[in-house]
Design a protein around this ligand. Structure first.
Ligand code: NI
Length: 174
């Protein structure tokens, strides 16, 4: 297991359409383990493989919404392999999204409130479920990564320019 470097904008790899996993094997599970370590190290709630430079349709998500007795989030990581958005609700939900590839920048993004998603887990078992709440939002954000789409693509040009300017300023300062 290892913490991997995270790919940040404007790296062109973030615009690639990632390739489906043909067989869920030990290589896939090793990737999932490294991605999970990387997500926790970066204090994220989701990560797509392309964000560590791997062009593969693999996501890890852990919303870490509950805290243990020691005040630290309870870890419950999940892997989503070849996830597909099958249906979405008409109802929308807005969430202040961020992205480990666009560090420390946030913007309100509207997306369907519920999404039906099909995926394989790290054992290769198939799932097909309606997701809601933050998991629905996070899943749609991460599936976007597999298609070369970033959350800033969902906001107005004006807001996008503001985010990119603030990021440039942050990078000059560090
Ligand atoms: Ni992201």
């Amino acid at each position: 297991m290892a913490v991997l470097p995270i790919v940040e904008i404007p790296d062109p790899r973030l615009r690639l359409v990632s390739k489906p996993v043909e067989t869920v094997d030990d290589g896939t599970r090793a990737l999932v383990a490294d991605m999970t370590d990387t997500m926790y190290d970066a204090k994220g709630i989701g990560l797509a493989a392309i964000q560590v430079g791997v062009e593969s349709r693999v996501l890890v998500i852990d919303l870490q919404e509950q805290e243990g007795e020691d005040g630290r989030p309870i870890r419950d990581p999940h892997a989503y392999i070849n996830p597909e958005l099958l249906e979405v609700s008409e109802e929308l939900a807005s969430y202040n999204e961020g992205c480990l590839s666009i560090p420390e920048q946030y913007a309100d993004v509207e997306r369907p409130a519920r999404a039906r998603v099909r995926w394989l887990d790290e054992r290769g078992d198939a799932h097909d479920e309606w997701l809601e709440g933050l998991l629905a939002t996070c899943m749609q954000h991460e599936i976007d990564h597999l298609n070369g789409v970033l959350f800033v693509d969902h906001i107005s040009r004006l807001k996008r320019d503001m985010v990119l300017k603030k990021l440039a300023k942050l990078r000059r300062a560090t």
